[in-house]
Design a protein around this ligand. Structure first.
Ligand code: ZN
Ligand code: ZN
Length: 153
């Protein structure tokens, strides 16, 4: 069923299904681009629109892209997070670090916060291991604890 969900997600990008000019079937040509099988008119899904605009307007902000393509900034951010969309390193930032708010070009955290996040996570695991070891030590001398353990199995 995972495929179904992925297909639904793809549909969020407003795939053009029929030609705006003649009503013909739009054939997918890759990277968000579609062509009418009758009149050869080209159309784009949201991803294609954003990608094309960003390529032609390097350094555009998310707000500018949204205004020009009518694609919501939220969708643009999702495309970046999913790695479907790449912005040039010298372009204005599209995203803010989710921890400190600093401008970043891809992903969810700036490199500093990503490192901090991992340190925190590692510390959490360390604490959990300490707790578990403590729990096990207590359980050893406890007869009822051992019985319950056997029943559970
Ligand atoms: Zn057509
Ligand atoms: Zn940060």
């Amino acid at each position: 069923m995972r495929e179904d969900r992925e297909l639904l997600q793809l549909n969020d990008y407003n795939i053009p299904q029929t030609c705006k000019v003649c009503g013909g079937v739009m054939i997918f040509r890759g990277v968000g681009e579609y062509q009418c099988e009758n009149c050869k008119a080209i159309d784009y899904d949201d991803y294609g629109k954003v990608r094309k605009y960003v390529e032609e307007h390097k350094g555009a902000t998310a707000a500018e892209v949204e205004a020009a393509t009518k694609v919501k900034q939220r969708s643009i951010r999702n495309m970046l997070k999913e790695g479907r969309l790449q912005v040039a390193p010298d372009s204005k930032a599209f995203l803010n670090c989710e921890m400190c708010g600093r401008k970043i070009n891809s992903g969810r955290l700036c490199p500093d916060c990503e490192a901090k996040y991992h340190r925190k996570l590692e510390e959490k695991v360390r604490q959990m291991q300490k707790k578990n070891m403590h729990g096990v030590a207590m359980g050893h001398g406890d007869a009822t604890g051992e019985k319950r353990f056997k029943l559970d199995r």
